[in-house]
Structures are given as C-alpha cells and as structure tokens.
Design a protein around this ligand. Structure first.
Ligand code: MSP
Length: 437
C-alpha cells in the first residue's frame, strides 16, 4: 500500500477576508494531514486561493483596485491566517500564478482536442455569488438562486460547452462501484439524483467580462472559474510539469470541501478528469457548515466571526480544538462564544490542564522529576494501560472514518479516566509511605 497521502482544502475566494467558517475546512484538513504524517505517510497538504471570476472582479472594482492588485492584497491574508492557526500546509496555490495559468490552458486544450468542447451560446441565469449557472426549473420564486437565495442575473453570451453528458453513465458507474468516493452517504445520494435528473453540458467559458484565464483558441473568452479552480488540484501536484511528483501524489486521497460545493467536486471535477484520462480522487468528503443562530456564517450574511480576534483572545489551539470537538464533521454545528469558553474551561483547563498539572507537579515534588518503572502492577494500573492501548486503536478507527470529533472524545475518555486513576491511587499519600513509593 502506498504511503503517500494527498489532501486538499477548497481554494478560497478572495472577495473578502477569511472568517471562522472558512478556517474550519482548513483546520480539519490540517488535523487529517497531521494524523497521516504521524502514521508514517508522506503527506502533501495543499490549500490556496481562487482568484479569478466575476465575483472577485466586481469586488476589486468596488474597492477601487484592479483585480490583480486586489488579489495581491487578499491572498496573503489567507496565508497569514493559516500560519497563525498553526496550519502545516505544504503548498499554497494562487490561481493567478503562472504555474497554474499555464497548466489550465493546457488542460483546456487537451479536452478541446479530444472533441469534448464545442462552441455554442448560453442564455440563462447565473449566480455571481456562487459562480454557477442555474437552470430555469431550479430558480426559486421570480429570480432567486436555489443555493444562496441571491438575485440571479440573465446571461446571454457566446460560450464554449463541455460535453459532460457524454460521461454521465461512466460517472454513475464510478459512484456506484466506489462507495467511499462521495461521503457522507447522504451527500452521495443527492449527487446521484442530481446526475440522473439534470446532467447537462456545461458552459465553460465567459466572454462578457475579462478576469480569468483566456482561451488560447479564442482569447475573447475566459475559462469558467470552476473549471479553472478545480484544476488547481492537478496543477499544484505537478501535472504536466513535474511527473515524478504527480505520479507520487495523484490521485488525491481526499478533497475535503463544504457541503455546498460537493456537486462541483463530484460532477464537474471527475468528468474533467475522465476527459483527461486521469484517475479520479479517492474521496470527496462534504463537511457541514458553521451556523450562527441557524444561518450559515458567511460574508454576505454579515454574521462572520473574525478568527484573528479569536486567536488573540483564546489562542490557536483552543479554536482548533473547539471547532473539531464541538461539531461533527458531516453535520452543521452552531458557533457560539459561550460554547467556546465552556469547552476551554471544562475540557482544556479542567480535564486536560488538570491532568498535566497534577501529574507533572507530583512527579517533580515526589520523584525529583523522574519516574522509575518498578514493574509493580496492580489492577488499577493494568486497566489504565489497557485503556490507553485501546484508545489508540479507537482513535485510529474514528480518524479513518473521518469522525474527528469521535476520535477526540475517545482521547478525552482516557484523560478523564487518568484523572480518576490519580484520585483512586492518591500518589500524595503513597509518596509518604516508604514501601509504596
Ligand atoms: N472558491 C470556491 C472553491 C473552489 S475549490 C476548487 C469556494 N470558495 S469559498 O471561499 O466560498 O469556500 C471555501 C470553503 O470554505 C468551502 O469548503 C466552504 O464550505 C467553507 N466555508 C465557508 N463558510 C463556511 C461556514 N460557515 N462553515 C463551514 N465552512 C464554510 O467555494
């Protein structure tokens, strides 16, 4: 079995600062990456920024900057936040970098040369916030986006189309034969019914704005931002530029993404890869949202929490711990300051902090900072040893199932049993008795 592991976050839009919701995906990936590294894997952990498209172009304009100036201001803010959160990514890709732009142009060309791209015209609705086309039968009410509720724009333009429908049966077969390809299961069912109901050819170029990678075959057009963005997973891994690296890490082991973008990663992305005759990622996992009073935390809702302020107040470790302990990865979870403080006080300070403090201070006080293995074991000792060994197994089992919060709970069970062990054995009394020392 290969001991290489390739894990990715989505690449983040730079139309605003990162918030705790965006940090959540990155922290979860970091935890998975560290777990794999500890288990002896050579891990490649990629994150980055998604900088092209109409949304970013419009934001830059609003801020009185060119798109390039704006993205040059914003991309480092993400990189700095990841540093402050102790994220150990191996690479940070920006879609405006040359390495990416060159590779995407080649990817487009390959798919075009294969005959899977044709010219047509698109007339329909588009959501700039989600950077997605919306079929008429999905529009909510008069003109609402079915995903974010925002007002849709009417787009009428010449466009190149990707023959996605050609790959429909192959994709369904792949999903059926690889039950771990899309997780959790509920997400897989949604995707399957989407493919069955409405897998159309996709418009993959735009020609009514400029901020994107131009098509070599028709420079009036820029590549649709999702085609551009998804390709980052290939370009960063060295596709068409570093064969050794690419062969080592592709296919990706896991793309961890928020639930709202699972459909892009499990329909458009695998079909691009099929057209390129490349292997598909082993797993796409859709995590839930951080919600505040029932609403997704998002820039447009104005309910975001600034992670920088939280790190200053509570420290990066507390935030990392809270997010992954409090929220089950596959489900939505509430973010609240009260819950954060409660977890810090109860779990970190009381349970873990107390255990460390008691253990270390007694080892210092009674044993001069050293513990001799006297090989004397009583039942209470063997029970704790067995629990510790079992905890490792259970922890691994949960992590392998992406149940990070369950894995953490397993560790906390050991912590609380260890505290109990101290209460039961009373080292402060044993220390005073020569024969029990
Ligand atoms: N640029 C696209 C992804 C392209 S990947 C080829 C994008 N960017 S995003 O900035 O809008 O979102 C990036 C990630 O942040 C997603 O996984 C999204 O789910 C996550 N989150 C943003 N807000 C979130 C919450 N409130 N809660 C949890 N995750 C959230 O989509």
């Amino acid at each position: 079995m290969s001991k290489n592991f390739y894990v990715t976050t989505p690449i983040y839009y730079v139309n605003g600062d990162p918030h705790v919701g965006s940090a959540y995906t990155t922290i979860a990936c970091d935890v998975i990456s560290r777990y794999k590294k500890t288990a002896g894997y050579d891990v490649y952990f990629l994150t980055g920024t998604d900088e092209h498209g109409q949304k970013v172009e419009e934001k830059a304009k609003e801020m009185g900057k060119t798109p390039q100036e704006w993205t040059d201001i914003m991309a480092p803010r993400f990189a700095e936040l990841w540093k402050a959160l102790n994220i150990e990514n191996n690479d940070f890709i920006r879609t405006t970098e040359d390495r990416h732009k060159k590779a995407v142009a080649k990817i487009f060309k390959k798919v075009y040369d294969k005959g899977d791209i044709y010219k047509g015209s698109y007339e329909g609705k588009y959501c700039v916030s989600d950077e997605t086309f919306v079929p008429d039968n999905q529009v909510i009410g008069e003109n609402g986006c079915p995903h974010c509720g925002k007002e849709l724009r009417i787009v009428k333009e010449e466009s190149y189309f990707f023959r996605m429908s050609k790959y429909r049966e192959a994709l369904l077969k792949h999903i059926e034969e690889n039950p771990n390809f899309i997780l959790p299961e509920g997400r897989r069912n949604e995707v399957v019914s989407f493919i069955k109901d409405e897998l159309y050819d996709l418009s993959i170029s735009r020609n009514t704005f400029k901020w994107g990678i131009p098509l070599e075959i028709d420079p009036e057009h820029v590549i649709y931002v999702w085609f551009d963005a998804l390709s980052n997973y290939l370009t960063a891994a060295g596709y068409l530029s570093d064969t050794e690296k690419f062969n080592k890490f592709w296919p990706a082991d896991i793309h961890l993404v928020g639930k709202e973008i699972v459909r892009f990663h499990t329909i458009i992305w695998p079909i691009i890869l099929m057209a390129l005759e490349l292997e598909l990622p082993k797993k796409v996992y859709g995590h839930g949202w951080l919600v505040v009073d029932g609403d997704k935390m998002s820039k447009s809702k104005g309910n975001v929490i600034d992670p920088v302020a939280l790190i200053d107040e509570f420290g990066a470790d507390s935030i990392r711990y809270f997010l992954l302990r409090e929220i089950n990865l596959g489900l939505d979870g509430n973010f609240s300051r009260e819950a954060l403080i409660q977890r810090i006080n109860a779990d970190l300070a009381n349970d873990l902090g107390n255990l460390l403090h008691r253990t270390l201070s007694m080892v210092n006080k009674f044993n001069g900072g050293l513990v001799k293995n006297t090989k004397v074991l009583e039942d209470v000792d063997t029970e704790l040893i067995a629990l510790a060994q079992n905890t490792v197994k259970q922890y691994q089992d949960s992590m392998d199932k992406m149940e990070i919060s369950v894995a953490i709970r397993t560790v906390w069970n050991l912590i609380s049993r260890s505290n109990k062990y101290i209460d039961l054995t009373g080292p402060w009394a044993l220390a005073k008795d020569e024969s029990k020392q």
